[in-house]
Write a protein that binds this ligand. Structure first.
Ligand code: B12
Ligand code: SF4
Length: 462
């Protein structure tokens, strides 16, 4: 089949992000013998003319659209991307009314029913897309599945668990080099400051507010460290970039695996830099030492809270002492670190807010990114308990973002965090637009060779 893949994402904040999820689907489709072309909306703010050209010249049998973000999850300055998705799909329908449209990606997976109802694609795929997408195409080719107005929404949504596709795609064995040929990494490395790479899928923890286990499952599946580093070497050769972003939910959740990857980078003597999400859960000095030796420039420490109550309500699997240990090792090995925080969880008080600020400042992080409130997602433990307690009903949780913010501290929180950068310059509050860096400034520093996450700019201590 001829398939046009569209990456719908146009968000450049905090950085331009290579559509790695779509690249996996493209790669699986190429390997399955399909003729593939890609349209990346990131490079066409006004997508209409260029998209029309490709639709009219390529004549795809199917269009696969990747939808990454529902919104920016940043209260109170929330940005929703939904109307952009609506415009994109209705334009495809207008230009190519006969072509089958299939949606996928994290945004779609989180609210599949609403996306199907409102955007009216032909089919949608929830979660990991490779096998379900190939299976669907095969059934369409055989005429076993057809677009029928009479089908219910449920009948048109597929998921990876449903199918055992013959010659099944296996994430553990696959690499996405074939897709990196047509969906180039270089421009992202130059303008976004990093090359993203995935070493495993799934998260075994169950933090109360988090949708990652829903998106990737709780079963952790790891790639061979040698395959991961092969892909890194390929990207260096192809793009010239040397800064990598491990996009795993938690890079160290399988510590041995993370260590094997670091050792493989060291063994091959590749001179790179990297960043990743790290959990303070059960780390060790040996891990940080290996991080440094393998080129770790910075880590994003997913602490979420730094007081007992916060860690307990958010069901974080580590203690304040473990956060402090990580901070100490980061300083010892000169690894920059950002602490990500969430304020306003159920039961938060003025005392817990202050305790958290105090504990985090003791850690002397390079920067802090703090979110106000929790964007509620369906099916996660916190939402389920709020529904049970009668705080909110299930039908209210959807594309229109709802944030849980402990009412008694809402005003204090906004006031306190708005003025906090006067005291601590390295605190960034995306929802309050504090320390916002303009796209023009980012472009300038990227063109001068600044790599890595932008929060590294705020580092007050090396
Ligand atoms: C790493 C990451 C980041 C990094 C990215 C670094 C980099 N250089 O890549 C950074 C920190 C920059 C970042 C920023 C943001 N992120 Co982010 N990020 C993630 C994370 C943890 C992993 C994303 C990833 O690469 N996954 C690996 C790929 C392979 O998976 P995938 O994209 O989901 O693709 C699979 C399926 O979705 C599907 N699929 C994908 N496309 C298609 C297409 C078709 C046709 C089909 C059939 C299937 C399909 O198949 C793929 C392979 O199995 C996810 C959480 C998660 N676990 O998904 C959040 C996540 C994607 N981010 C999210 C958000 C909101 C953001 C920000 C808006 C936050 C902010 N306010 O700054 C920004 C937006 C940035 C941008 N420019 O778009 C949300 C999006 C959903 C939502 N809530 O709206 C997520 C899901 C987290 C969450 N809490 O909900 N992010
Ligand atoms: S917050 Fe991090 S560690 Fe907790 S469940 Fe989500 S991805 Fe896993």
């Amino acid at each position: 089949m001829k398939i046009l893949f569209i990456s719908a994402n146009q968000e450049k904040n905090p950085d331009l992000v290579y559509p790695i999820g779509l690249a996996y689907i493209v790669s699986a489709s190429i390997q399955d013998g399909h003729e593939c072309s890609v349209f990346d909306a990131n490079f066409h703010n006004d997508f209409k003319e260029p998209l029309k050209n490709i639709l009219q010249n390529f004549h795809p049998n199917a269009i696969g659209i990747s939808m990454r973000n529902v919104d920016n999850a940043a209260y109170p300055s929330v940005v929703s991307y939904f109307s952009h998705y609506q415009n994109l799909i209705s334009f495809c329908r207008e230009i190519a009314p006969e072509t089958i449209i299939i949606l996928g990606g994290s945004a779609f997976s989180l609210f599949s029913r609403e996306f199907m109802e409102k955007l009216k694609p032909d089919f949608g795929i929830v979660g990991e897309g490779e096998n379900a997408f190939l299976h669907l195409l095969q059934e369409i080719e055989k005429g076993k599945i057809q677009r029928k107005a009479s089908q219910t929404i449920e009948e048109r949504i597929y998921s990876s668990e449903q199918f055992a596709y013959p010659g099944k795609f296996s994430f553990e064995l696959d690499n996405i080099v074939s897709a990196r040929e047509i969906l180039d990494t270089a421009i992202y490395s130059q303008n976004g400051g990093s090359i993203n790479i995935q070493t495993k899928r799934g998260c075994c923890f169950q933090c109360s507010y988090c949708n990652y286990p829903i998106l990737e499952g709780s079963n952790v599946r790891k790639r061979e460290p040698a395959d991961v580093v092969d892909e890194m070497e390929y990207c260096i050769k192809k793009s010239g970039g040397k800064y990598f972003f491990f996009v795993d939910n938690v890079f160290n959740s399988a510590e041995d695996h993370a260590m094997e990857i670091c050792k493989e980078i060291i063994r091959r003597q590749i001179k790179i830099q990297w960043t990743a999400y790290i959990s303070p859960f059960s780390t060790s000095e040996a891990l940080f030492s290996l991080f440094k030796e393998s080129g770790c420039s910075s880590i994003d420490l997913g602490v979420d809270s730094a007081c007992e109550l916060g860690l307990s309500v958010l069901k974080k699997p580590f203690s304040i002492q473990e956060i402090m240990d990580c901070a100490r090792w980061c300083h010892q090995y000169k690894i920059k670190f950002n602490c990500s925080l969430i304020f306003g969880y159920p039961g938060e008080t003025i005392q817990t807010i202050e305790e958290c600020i105090q504990n985090i400042s003791l850690c002397q992080p390079s920067s802090v990114i703090a979110f106000i409130g929790i964007r509620l997602h369906k099916g996660v433990p916190l939402t389920i308990s709020l529904e049970k307690s009668g705080y909110i009903s299930e039908d209210k949780i959807g594309i229109e973002p709802i944030f849980y913010i402990e009412e008694s501290v809402r005003e204090y929180l906004i006031q306190r965090l708005s003025t906090l950068p006067d005291q601590y310059k390295n605190w960034i509050m995306p929802g309050l637009n504090t320390q916002k860096i303009s796209n023009a400034y980012v472009k300038r520093i990227r063109s001068k060779g600044f790599t890595g996450p932008l929060w590294e700019l705020f580092s007050i201590k090396d």
